[in-house]
Structures are given as structure tokens and as C-alpha cells.
Design a binder for this molecule. Sequence first.
Ligand SMILES: [Fe+2]
Length: 223
Amino acid sequence: MSEKLSDCPDWKYLLQEFDVLYRHGSAGGSKAIRSHRKRVRDTLSAIVEEDPPIVIDAPAVKPVTAHLSRALDLGARSAVSGIARALGHVAASLVWSYGYPSVPKALSRKYAYAEVLGPTGPVKADGLILGFVLFAPGTTYPQHAHQGIEESYVSVAGAWSENDGAVYAPGSLILNRSGVEHRITTGEQDPCLLAYAWTGPAERLAAPGMKFSSRRGVPRAGA
Ligand SMILES: [Fe+2]
């Protein structure tokens, strides 16, 4: 099904909620985070203004999506309830992926991501990728970095940590600048749902060339 964004109000409202995440709240005094937040919302505003195509493929689930309802319930009573509720309205049409040709079996039950906007859609756009990543309770997502891409996560549900440095709660924004290695662990009790944004050159976003760092046998590419 191929339509314009304006034909799909639930998707447009979801993008509005992304705008809220990146427009309101504080950058915590960080110039780098402030400029990233501005880049995300300015790029998003320009994309929405153009009323881009939206292509809804056949929905796809992964084992971890059995935890999505719980994550949405937690998100709906969190500081960022707007985006959790908006995601719930399009949940049935999300395409959940690993982003890797093959994934270690243990990890394949623990995580998946769904893109919302980007070069491969569903909302077709260059210069920005928006999506969600879902982790089962007690996940370790291996160390990786993104070359030429700035990545931010906004925590929607659950508790998680990056590089054993802090515990993040719903509403927290974490910026991973280009090339910075990061590894994620999630809390034992509940799933963890993060919204993410990637900014960078359009050609880089179209072919991010992701890989895990220094892990024998772990495949290339992904989110
Ligand atoms: Fe990352």
C-alpha cells in the first residue's frame, strides 16, 4: 500500500510525537545535544511539510515483540506517554527486523527494531531515520559504533544502561556521536523500549554499514 503521509493520520501523529520529544525538555546544558535535537526536529519538520510517501509493507514480528504490549503499557504511564500511545496505534503494521543477515540465537529472541521514517520507509525520507528498538528483560546488546552517523535514544519504557555508565528512565535522551562505542544492558523485570533518531549524510543513512565491534562470528549491518 503506497499513500501520502497525510492519508495516514496515525503515522502523522506518531511523527508529531517525535517532534514533541525533540522540541520540549532540556538538552542538559550540552551544546552537542542541543544541536542534535534541533537537527532532528528541523529535518523532520521539512520532511513532514513535503507530505512524503508512506509504504506500509506486510507487518513482521520477531520473538521479542511478545513484550511490546507490556512496553507500551509502561510507556503509556511514563513521562513520554504521548509517543507510547501513538506507537500503539500503528503497532499492528510495524515491520520488526534484526538488520543482520543472521543473528546469534540468544540475541535473536531478545531484540528487534522497527523503522518509522527513513530511506527504506515506511515514511520515505532522506537525511533522517526514526524508529524504535525493543529489548526483552535482561538483554545485553553487544558493543558497536556508527561511523558518520549521530544516534540518539529517547527512553520510552523500562530501565537500561549504556557502557555501565548510568541507569536511564523514560524521558532520558542519550546521544551517541559518530564513532563512539556503546553497549546496552536492560533491566531484569521489564522490557525496554527506546525511540531513536539517526542523523547524517543521506548516502550514509542509506547504507549505514553497521557492525558489532570485535565479536567473532557476529554478522555485519543492522540498527
Ligand atoms: Fe547504536
